[in-house]
Design a protein around this ligand. Structure first.
Ligand SMILES: C[S@@+](CC[C@H](N)C(=O)[O-])C[C@H]1O[C@@H](n2cnc3c(N)ncnc32)[C@H](O)[C@@H]1O
Length: 326
């Protein structure tokens, strides 16, 4: 498959403590892409192939929008073709991105979450980083800009994996930001080598949140850092919300703990130096429909008469960021 070879990732992994994973990883990546039977794959592959073959005059991965190229690098016709090509990857949820001056105003202004967490985590320079549920790898590119030796995202949703390859198309093969096409279940059970593991927006989708925390700890080297971001509710130690059905129209939402409960979960799972680094209500400034994500977004997930509540009557989304040591 053109443009989506993982070989440079395998080469990079070869020189790290992750090397034993190479026994299964190449086959697993290949299988996830070829067995997927996803009817959109031909369209996404064609779109990747249709990206303009030019040398971008500017690459900035450490800015709010992950930026590749300037509009001057392309002709007007190429720019209009590129806009259509990028639209083939709708819906764009995580970003923003800027490809040759075309600003992809994604559903989430993910740069805001990044700004909230960046000041609270250990520097990523030279670290092996894993981002579980990475989406299209927006954060992986930001991590790479901070000097991570490897910024490895995992996400089973192939559209996001395909989006992650757009920026890669213009970067050296050795660039350390990657998104592999499967979920946490298929990571090796014991590979305690990552220096930092991120789990953001994933815990409340796990039916067994403590097992998720234990899995995260198993991926960290002793002394490694967990960056955990998840929905929380107000309440005392021991309290957690288990929605009856959907939460803010989301299926598959399980436990939403109070901060004190989450702290106790982390403690029970063996994490140390547990810190609540940030607590922020999610606003319609940060999550909204745009021309690049035209489906419903947060404003329709909230009670129109009381936007502090979800449409189902639960407390509105509030997210905590915890940092802890394995
Ligand atoms: C709410 S989004 C969070 C995305 C990103 N981490 C962030 O904080 O903005 C959850 C992500 O987890 C992915 N996901 C779903 N099931 C997963 C699994 N079993 N393992 C890893 N990721 C999964 C989804 O495709 C989605 O991209």
């Amino acid at each position: 498959m053109p443009n989506i070879s993982y070989q440079p990732l395998f080469d990079l992994i070869e020189s790290t403590n992750l090397a034993p994973w190479l026994e299964s990883l190449p086959e697993r990546c290949d299988k996830a892409l070829t067995d997927a039977n996803n009817g959109h794959m031909p369209k996404w592959l064609a779109a990747l192939n249709a990206l303009p073959d030019v040398h971008p005059s500017r690459i900035e991965l450490g800015t709010d929008a992950v930026t590749i190229g300037n509009s001057d690098d392309l002709s007007t016709a190429q720019l209009s073709e590129l806009r259509q090509t990028l639209m083939a990857f709708h819906p764009w949820r995580k970003g923003p991105w800027d490809f040759f001056g075309i600003e992809i105003d994604t559903e989430w202004r993910s740069n805001r979450k990044w700004d909230r967490l960046k000041k609270s985590i250990s520097p990523l320079q030279d670290r092996l980083v894993l981002d579980i549920g990475s989406g299209n790898g927006y954060y992986c590119y930001r991590m790479a800009a901070e000097g991570a030796r490897l910024a490895l995202g995992t996400d089973p949703y192939l559209l996001y994996v395909m989006q992650s390859f757009i920026a890669r198309r213009y970067l050296p093969e050795t660039h350390p930001a990657w998104v592999i096409p499967f979920g946490i279940e298929e990571l090796p059970p014991s590979l305690p080598v990552f220096d930092t593991v991120f789990s953001m927006g994933v815990l409340y989708h796990r039916r067994s949140p403590l097992d998720h925390l234990l899995e995260l700890r198993e991926m960290l080297r002793p002394g490694g850092e967990l960056v955990l971001e998840t929905l929380v509710v107000d309440g005392a130690a021991g309290h957690a919300l288990l929605p009856k059905g959907r939460y803010a129209k989301m299926r598959n939402t399980w436990f939403i703990p109070s901060c004190l409960t989450l702290e106790a979960w982390l403690d029970r799972c063996g994490f140390k130096e547990i810190r609540l680094a940030d607590l922020a209500a999610t606003t319609t400034e940060e999550q909204r429909s745009t021309e690049w994500m035209t489906f419903d977004s947060l404003d329709t997930f909230l009670d129109p008469n009381d936007p502090t509540k979800t449409i189902e009557g639960y407390p509105g989304p509030k997210r905590a960021l915890f940092v802890a040591t394995a």
